[in-house]
Write a protein that binds this ligand. Structure first.
Ligand SMILES: [Zn+2]
Length: 442
């Protein structure tokens, strides 16, 4: 019952047409419904002697009326509440309850409140949807305001999904529980896989091929409207150019979540695969960049198209050996890492680090630009071993430490459950005929 009521309140907000007049007008327009009762009144002893009929008009309790108001740009919560007839005490109390969930000053325009109460009166009940997951409720009863915070009722499920890649991840043919996907949900999983799970093993901007495939089991928390509040991978399998990678998340006590293969080896490398988020570069990957360098000399780096200003991060920890303008590189950063490896990030619009500074892996060192020998905004990235440019994709780079023995027993339990979930959907393969076709096409 309780959750049904909450559901309804959240739904009311979801379906709120926001075409209601301010509450004052609605309340004034409320009309009490009159009930008319015919009463036969007679004294017990004289029922048959002197029948008498009286008409009595009794007002039925008027139904409560509701109105919605939306927080406008530049408007404070207190102003909106006061405008809808709440007195100073109610405004203060509601603001304090909101504070338990969120700083009232940080509420964005568009937050919707529902006011209800008897007609021609100030509201006796206020619902305020502070966030997608929290509803604040204030009711007037027994001469006092009672307040509560309600949390949206969540349901948990596990999503099983598989994909067969045509030319890139976006053209994957999905199978499994595709009908359970919310709008834009699949894209989020792709970004997460590319940036946080397999980014060290596979360059999703250029290594993905027709016939590659993946399957995944995802645990989700969903709101009543079907949107996803939280999700986490239970297990992922990725087949890429004949190799199969498995990823299972595990968190060491006091540590961060990390992905391991079935044997407990880390997927994370000491070098990130790319210095710009896949989320940014993916939409630019089909374009070609600065033919100038390619014409003049062999191209010794990798270009990542990205909008000017996109953050650039160090692919591994190390010491900055150069931070400034350097010929055709324009503004660039060079970092010296362990094992005779160094990396360069060129054509930057701005630089965040100084020569001699130590930087951590994934630390932001500058922003994408088009300085130096460059015709459009992009990042030129070089990977050098003992001073010679190499292709980082073809070099066997060291991985982060494997899971320690003490955690392996726990990990295996989690792994076996996770892989059981993964087996609910098959890893797709190209049909024989098209596999031959694709070989010919290559
Ligand atoms: Zn380049």
């Amino acid at each position: 019952m309780e959750s049904g009521e909450i559901n309804e309140e959240f739904d009311v907000r979801d379906n709120g047409q926001r075409r209601y007049a301010p509450v004052g007008k609605v309340l004034a327009a409320g009309i009490g419904v009159l009930g008319i009762f015919w009463l036969a009144a007679s004294s017990p002893g004289s029922a048959s002697d002197s029948p008498e009929v009286r008409v009595v008009v009794v007002p039925a309790p008027p139904p409560p009326v509701s109105a919605y108001d939306t927080l406008g740009p530049g408007e404070t919560l207190a102003e909106m509440l006061a405008e809808n007839g709440l007195d100073g005490r109610a405004v203060h109390q509601l603001t304090e309850v909101v504070r338990e969930v969120k700083n009232p000053r940080s509420l964005r325009p568009g937050v919707v409140a529902r006011f209800s109460g008897p007609p021609d009166s100030v509201p006796s009940s206020v619902f305020l949807r502070v966030s997608p997951d929290s509803l604040v409720h204030l009711t007037w009863s027994d001469s006092t305001w009672a307040s509560s915070v309600r949390t949206v009722p969540l349901t948990t499920d596990t999503l099983h999904l598989a994909g067969l890649i045509d030319s890139n991840l976006w053209s994957a043919t999905l199978s499994g529980e595709v009908d359970k996907l919310a709008d834009g949900e699949f894209q989020e999983y792709v970004y997460d896989m590319a940036d946080n799970v397999f980014g060290w093993k596979v360059d999703f901007t250029r290594d993905i091929r027709r016939g590659d495939a993946f399957r995944v089991a995802i645990e989700r928390e969903r709101r009543p409207d079907g949107s996803v509040r939280l999700s986490r991978f239970l297990a992922i399998e990725l087949a890429n150019r004949g190799r199969v990678f498995q990823a299972i998340p595990f968190t060491r006590p006091g540590g961060h979540k990390e992905y391991f293969d079935g044997e407990g080896e880390a997927l994370r490398g000491t070098f990130s695969r790319y210095p710009v988020s896949f989320r940014v570069t993916s939409s630019f990957s089909t374009r070609r960049y600065h033919p100038i360098l390619k014409v003049r000399r062999p191209h010794l780096g990798t270009d990542y198209g990205a909008p000017r200003g996109t953050p650039v991060s160090a692919t591994a920890s190390g010491t900055v050996t150069r931070a400034g303008t350097w010929g055709g590189y324009g503004r660039m950063v060079e970092i010296r890492h362990a094992r005779g490896i160094s990396t360069r990030y060129a054509h930057l619009s701005s630089i965040n680090v100084r020569t001699g500074a130590f930087v951590e892996q994934n630390q932001m060192i500058g922003r994408v630009g088009s300085t130096g020998l460059s015709t459009s905004a992009h990042l030129h990235y070089e990977f050098l071993v003992n001073g010679v440019q190499r292709n980082p994709a073809t070099i066997d780079l060291p991985s982060a430490p494997a899971l320690e023995d003490e955690y392996l027993e726990d990990f295996r339990l989690i792994r076996d459950q996770a892989l059981g979930q993964l087996d609910r959907v098959a890893l797709p393969v190209l049909p024989e005929a098209s596999r031959v076709e694709s070989v010919v096409a290559d």
